[in-house]
Ligand binder design. Structure first.
Ligand code: GDP
Ligand code: GDP
Length: 462
């Protein structure tokens, strides 16, 4: 599971600065999805090898009634969705009424909440921060986000216990996974004696994601068969997706339904229905991500951000261009050209043109989902990986670097889901990206891997 940290506080206390320091990404996901009243920024971050999500709530101004008004609604939702809330105050400016209003709200929440005094550089932090104890939120943690001071210690205190807790909850699943990984890496000759991969019998977790109104619910209902939707109540907050076990052509799946089909009747508006965190968690938890886009809207920047998250997580991917009904040929051609242009960077994902409403193309979607999963969990022998490496090198030798030719010597499997290949050799760290891409594509073709990214790691030496 993916812990979520929300940064709250009035404007100008340093939330963006801390956000940038924690995420160190340029491609934060800015949620200006239709129906969301206020921008929030989402970023992936890493602590001690663990992924987590940081949300910059964009600032609660904390004016007396402001806190409960529409303006703050998105920030309040972010607080609700978070595992940890970091409440930032400005150690230089001192405490003010807005801080008090926010604190009052936070005290009412059943949340792990930490009070963080920022901008403690160059001042006497202890005496400047003393007044914040009046906010009655316990210890005041000192940081200087702009300089990174105190940030690691803050994560040690706030995030470490949550990660430990989640890890304990997940332990069984992780053991399961570790066993599979071991089997995979042992599988030097590709398959078991019975020719089966250890993943064949596991249900495929398929997350259906996309912006509001692209047709996720319609598709989910179509897949499940409208009247076969069995209603069983599962507890869940806005941030929880619904997990629906299903069987199709003798294959088991678990649909991760981010649109909340089950809750449909109660859901009143887009804000309730759509949650970025829910989507990010679904991606993290899935084996295969099915991104649904609306043919009429094309690929938006938000779709690209969601794709970026999926890629970072190494997930397998299938893209469904929905609402392909009732378009004339000219429009269809134009849409296809535009998609090719915008999706050029993920050439491994299959693209399907479907109509969830009429059910056209849905069967083929599943062929690609299966293919992507099989590709991601394929067992590949060391012998095979080496042979392909040699072939690639013979067809097109690596370049000279500083007068010496880069030499690839040895390859072996590094893991699965996504497939990881480890290549040892001389000066491999100097390999240009173009050659790395060449190798990746070579492996992709030779191993017939579709729908999943391939990661190649290079190690210096034998
Ligand atoms: P936000 O509105 O809460 O997102 O605040 P910003 O991150 O935009 O920061 C507001 C201002 O405070 C900017 O001018 C930052 O450069 C400054 N700032 C942020 N962190 C620090 C810090 O640790 N020390 C000092 N001296 N200034 C900081
Ligand atoms: P979600 O918010 O992604 O779950 O989207 P919905 O499934 O609620 O669909 C949003 C709207 O698009 C509804 O009015 C659907 O009837 C419509 N819709 C969904 N799929 C299709 C499709 O394949 N073709 C057409 N023409 N409309 C569709």
């Amino acid at each position: 599971m993916l812990p979520v940290i929300a940064l709250v506080g009035r404007p100008n206390v340093g939330k963006s600065t801390l956000f940038n320091r924690l995420t160190r990404t340029r491609d934060a996901l800015v949620a200006d999805f239709p129906g969301l009243t206020r921008d929030r920024k989402y970023g992936q971050a890493n602590y001690d090898g663990y992924e987590f999500i940081v949300v910059d709530t964009g600032g609660i101004d904390g004016s007396e009634e402001g806190i409960e008004t529409e303006m703050a609604e998105q920030s309040l939702l972010a607080i609700e969705e978070a595992d940890i809330v970091l409440f930032l105050v400005d150690a230089r400016a001192g405490m003010n009424a807005a801080d008090q209003a926010i604190a009052q709200h936070l005290r009412k929440q059943q949340k792990k909440c930490f009070l963080v005094a920022n901008k403690t550089d160059g001042i006497d932090a202890d005496s400047s921060c003393a007044e914040f104890y009046q906010l009655a939120l316990g210890q005041v943690y000192h940081i200087a986000a702009a300089h990174g001071r105190g940030v690691t210690q803050l994560l040690d205190v706030t995030l470490q216990p949550v990660i430990a807790e989640l890890a304990a909850q997940d332990e069984e699943l992780q053991q399961d996974d570790a066993q599979l990984a071991e089997l995979y890496l042992e599988g030097d000759e590709g398959v078991d004696e019975d020719g089966k991969s250890p993943f064949e019998d596991k249900p495929i977790k398929l997350a259906i994601i996309g912006r509001p109104n692209v047709g996720k619910s319609t598709l989910t209902n179509r897949i499940l068969g409208e009247d076969r939707v069995i209603v069983y109540d599962m507890p869940g907050t806005t941030r929880d997706s619904i997990y629906i076990p299903m069987t199709r052509n003798d294959r088991e799946y678990v649909l991760i339904d981010t649109a909340g089909v089950r809750k449909r009747k109660k859901v009143s508006d887009v804000v309730e229905k759509f949650s970025v965190i829910k989507t990010l968690k679904a991606i993290e938890d899935a084996n295969v991500v099915l991104l649904v886009v609306d043919a009429r809207d094309g690929i938006s920047d938000q779709d690209l951000s969601l794709l970026g998250f999926a890629l970072n997580s190494g997930r397998s991917l299938v893209i469904a261009v929905n609402k392909w009904d009732g378009l004339d040929d000219y429009v269809k051609e134009r849409i296809k050209t535009e998609l090719d242009r915008r999706l050029g960077f993920i050439d491994f994902a299959r693209l399907h043109f479907i109509s969830a409403l009429h059910g056209t193309g849905v069967g083929h979607l599943f062929e690609s989902v299966n293919e992507a999963y099989e590709s991601a969990t394929k067992r590949i022998s060391t012998a095979m990986l080496r042979r392909i490496m040699d072939m690639a090198q013979a067809d097109h030798q690596p370049p000279l670097v500083r007068g010496r030719r880069v030499k690839l010597k040895y390859a072996h499997a590094g893991g699965y889901n996504p497939p990881r290949i480890v290549i040892h050799g001389n000066q491999v760290h100097d390999l240009p990206d173009s050659y790395k891409r060449y190798l990746m594509n070579y492996y992709r073709k030779a191993l017939n891997i579709m729908g999943t990214p391939i990661k190649i790691e290079f190690r210096e030496g034998d």
